[in-house]
Every structure is written in C-alpha cells, then in structure tokens.
Design a protein around this ligand. Structure first.
Ligand code: FMN
Length: 215
C-alpha cells in the first residue's frame, strides 16, 4: 500500500519559462489561444480536457473533467447531458469555473463565469460531427443516474444501434452545449522556489484589467 510519506515526498521545481504583465496579451482570450495552441501542437494527450466545477442549489461544489469544444471572445463551450448532475447544477446555479492543467508546460488556467445553453442548432451541429457510437452512447446513458449494472447500458447501446442503423441519430432533447461566459481569467506559470507567476484578468465595463497575484 502506498504510504502517505511517499505521496508527501512527490514534488518538483518548475523552471520552464515565465509569464509577466508586460508580455501577456491584453485580451485574455488571445492569451488563452496562444497557450492552447502550444498545448495542442505539443501533441500531449487530452490538451482540451478541463476541470469544470459547479455548485447547485445545495451549495455543494462538485468537479469533473469535460472536453472544451469551442471558444470565442465571449466564452468556452462544452457538451453534456443536461439532466446529469452537472447539468442540473448549472441550471440551478449558472456560476461555474473551468480549469486547464498542462503539466508538460507547468501551466494552469482558471476561468470563472456563468453558463448559458448554446442554441439547439449549435448542439445539433456538434452532435452530428461525433462518431456514430458516441451519438448512440449519448442516447443510451442517463448520465449520473444509478444503474443496476453495466449490462443494462450495453443492452441499451445495442438496441439503439439497431434502431438507428441507418446512421441518422437525432439530437437527444436532453443533450447539448453550455457556454461559460468568462468574467475572470488566471494564467499560472510555475517558477522556481514556488515563486510562481500568476497573472489575472478581471472584466470591468467591457475592459479587461490585468493584475499580478502572489503565488
Ligand atoms: C478526459 C475526459 C473527458 C470527458 N469529457 C466529457 C465531456 O465532454 N462531457 C461530459 O459530459 N462528460 C465528460 N467526461 C465525463 C465527466 O468527467 C463526468 O464523469 C460525467 O460528465 C458525469 O458528471 P456529473 O455526474 O458531474 O454530471 C469526461 C471525462 C474525462 C476523464
């Protein structure tokens, strides 16, 4: 069994590069785009994976990984089951945070904001771009519900594959995108001796104010 001392001993220094107020982009979406491009071009796995934190009306925060599917100069889009735990939470309380951690670059980005549903057309367009099996799985899984076992899921999957064998899988009414409309960003670059760089952007009157935070 792993000992806590072994876990506690896991640490490293961060020395790859730096981030400063005078060289960051004025627009955080541009800064995001530069870092995302570097992550994607490096061929790391799951560069678009982000942790999404939500809290519904019970005020209990929960987090999980989802994949970023699009961003523009307003916010970040991901797709999910609207009736899942996160879906219900976000409908009860649209405030949320997303977080990217790219250990290969010693970087994290945190974004906060409020979500809104994307249009049916946008959800449909993305849904139709997914592989057949993923579209079937969206129908087969009542995401976040308790199920009696794996067999039920697989039987449902096979049944639906047969039902939609012509390949025309409609968009499930309970499935679609959310867009997190950003109101703050924080870009974190690991530095030596734990003196990390943290540059944040806060939106005020349609302008982004930049500040440095203590690590
Ligand atoms: C790498 C990775 C990518 C994932 N992408 C998504 C996604 O894009 N959408 C989604 O609904 N769940 C995705 N999941 C599954 C979620 O983490 C989560 O288990 C599921 O959405 C149920 O979460 P909930 O019960 O909090 O609603 C992904 C998981 C991992 C590890």
């Amino acid at each position: 069994m792993i000992e806590n001392t072994e876990i506690a001993g896991l640490r490293r220094d961060y020395t790859l590069t730096e981030l400063n107020e005078s060289t960051v982009q004025e627009n955080p979406f541009k800064q995001f785009s530069i870092w995302m491009e570097e992550a994607v071009k490096s061929n790391m796995l799951d560069a678009s994976a982000m942790v999404l934190a939500t809290a519904g009306k019970d005020n209990i925060p929960t987090a999980r990984v989802v994949l970023l599917k699009a961003f523009d100069d307003e916010g970040f889009v991901f797709f999910t089951n609207y009736e899942s735990r996160k879906g219900k939470s976000l409908i009860e309380n649209p405030n949320a945070s997303i977080l990217f951690f790219w250990k290969e670059f010693e970087r994290q980005i945190r974004v906060t904001g409020a979500v809104k549903k994307v249009s049916k057309e946008e959800s449909k367009e993305y849904f139709n771009s997914r592989p057949f099996e993923s579209r079937i799985a969206a129908w087969a899984s009542e995401q976040s519900r308790i199920i009696p076992g794996r067999k039920l899921l697989e039987d449902k999957f096979d049944e639906l594959k047969e039902k939609y064998k012509d390949g025309n899988v409609p968009l499930p009414p309970f499935w679609g995108g959310f867009k997190l409309v950003a109101d703050s960003f924080e870009f974190w670059q690991g530095r030596e001796n734990r003196l990390h760089d943290r540059i944040c952007y806060l939106r005020e009157n349609n302008k982004w104010n930049i500040a440095r935070l203590a690590p």
